[in-house]
Write a protein that binds this ligand. Structure first.
Ligand SMILES: CC(C)(COP(=O)(O)OP(=O)(O)OC[C@H]1O[C@@H](n2cnc3c(N)ncnc32)[C@H](O)[C@@H]1OP(=O)(O)O)[C@@H](O)C(=O)NCCC(=O)NCCSC(=O)C[C@H](O)C(=O)O
Ligand SMILES: [Mg+2]
Length: 280
């Protein structure tokens, strides 16, 4: 299975239809951390086969930036062919993963040495089975969980407002499951392309919940996600101060010290080092 580096940034992960060559060309010059070429919901049934070929060709042209392909579910008309075609891409986004068995099946279809799986968690069953999905991550080469908030809201029959209140328990469960298994966690998309205030609020909320970044649907959403998922200048200053404080001679042998009027422990040192590693 391909390597996955947890320190890679995933602040802004932009979806685009694999059937849209103009969007794919534009994405080459955008400041998102990763892209996902979609073969599922954004592509009409009659365009699926052409889109599959376009995705495989385009995925090779993104250089160092991760370019994933979202395939159709294995139980659809296109899923098996998609899985075989994308064996050489950087990562495969799998929609509607609902159980550990789904991950085992997709790994078998992708091949043992195939790309890492990015699993979309977007059904009520998946939320109920997050512990078994997370537990199966290591043996199935699953590196990342994505909240599919549109499908989840549809299944729940909830009506998320700007605060996304009905989705919050599920989003929190997803982050906990990801952290327990050492996975990257990405928040769902914000459909309101023309509402920058709502986007900023969703990005801030996603960062507060613990997500590593947000999935996006439009280039105009990238800057807000990059800013919200940071690390911010304030976080970097704090991280440097913590590392410096623990490196000082009087911190030797101490588990907890005082810094700027607050207690910091060695668990904060580990977090500070993670933030500095993310900033590169
Ligand atoms: C939503 C859109 C259909 C809007 O398209 P449009 O109105 O044409 O956008 P603009 O005219 O504002 O576009 C301006 C330029 O930007 C390019 N563009 C637009 N979107 C993207 C994109 N996603 N990536 C790259 N480039 C993009 C346009 O080509 C224009 O370029 P130019 O003419 O050269 O200036 C459209 O934004 C879109 O298709 N978005 C992605 C939709 C998608 O992929 N959906 C599937 C994933 S989301 C999902 O499924 C969620 C999940 O499963 C769940 O359940 O929650
Ligand atoms: Mg979906």
């Amino acid at each position: 299975m391909s390597d996955h580096h947890p320190a890679t940034r995933h602040r802004s992960v932009l979806f685009m239809p694999a059937s849209n060559p103009r969007a794919i060309a534009k994405a080459q010059g955008l400041a998102c951390d990763a892209v996902i070429l979609d073969l599922e919901d954004a592509v009409a049934p009659e365009a699926k086969a052409d889109a599959r070929a376009a995705a495989v060709a385009a995925a090779a042209g993104f250089g160092a930036r991760p370019c994933a392909v979202r395939i159709n579910a294995l139980d659809t008309l296109w899923g098996q062919d998609d899985a075989v075609a994308v064996r050489g891409v950087a990562a495969v986004v799998v929609p509607k993963v609902a159980s550990a068995a789904d991950l085992v099946a997709i790994r078998a279809a992708l091949g043992a040495d195939g790309p890492p799986i990015w699993a979309m968690i977007e059904t009520c069953g998946a939320i109920l089975r997050l512990p078994e999905i997370a537990a199966a991550a290591a043996t199935t080469g699953t590196a990342l969980l994505i909240a599919g908030t549109n499908d989840l809201a549809k299944e729940m029959r909830c009506r998320p407002d700007a605060d996304r209140t009905p989705l919050l328990p599920a989003l929190t469960q997803l982050v906990i499951a990801a952290r327990a298994a050492g996975l990257v966690a990405l928040d769902g998309v914000c459909n309101a392309i023309g509402d920058p205030d709502r986007l900023a609020a969703e990005c801030a909320q996603g960062a507060m919940l613990g997500f590593d970044g947000k999935t996006l649907i439009h280039p105009a959403q990238i800057d807000a996600a990059n800013a919200a998922f940071g690390p911010s200048a304030e976080q970097l200053a704090w991280a440097r101060a913590v590392v410096t404080a623990f490196a000082a001679p009087d911190a030797t042998g101490r588990g907890a010290i005082r810094l700027d009027g607050a207690m910091v422990e060695r668990l904060h040192l580990a977090e500070a080092e993670r933030i500095l590693a993310l900033a590169g």
